[in-house]
Design a protein around this ligand. Structure first.
Ligand SMILES: [Zn+2]
Length: 66
C-alpha cells in the first residue's frame, strides 16, 4: 500500500514580479503533464511531466512589470 505524502518544498519566488509562493510536492499514481504560471504576471514558474508535481500557493503578491 502506497502512502500519499505531501512534501513541503519551501518557497519559490517569481523572477518576473517577485511574488512569493509556498510550494508543496504531491505524488500521483499516474504521470501528470501540466505547468504552473504565476497568477500575478503569467510567467511560467514550472512545468512537469512526472508522477510528482508541485502545487503553488500565493503567499505574497508581487508587482507585475509594466
Ligand atoms: Zn510573476
Amino acid at each position: 500500500m502506497k502512502t500519499w505524502t505531501n512534501q513541503d518544498a519551501g518557497k519559490e519566488t517569481c523572477p518576473q514580479c517577485d511574488s512569493v509562493y509556498s510550494v508543496t510536492i504531491h505524488r500521483l499514481p499516474a504521470r501528470d503533464k501540466d505547468s504552473f504560471n504565476c497568477v500575478v504576471c503569467g510567467y511560467e514558474m514550472q512545468s512537469w511531466n512526472d508522477t510528482e508535481f508541485p502545487s503553488f500557493k500565493l503567499v505574497q503578491r508581487g508587482q507585475p512589470p509594466e
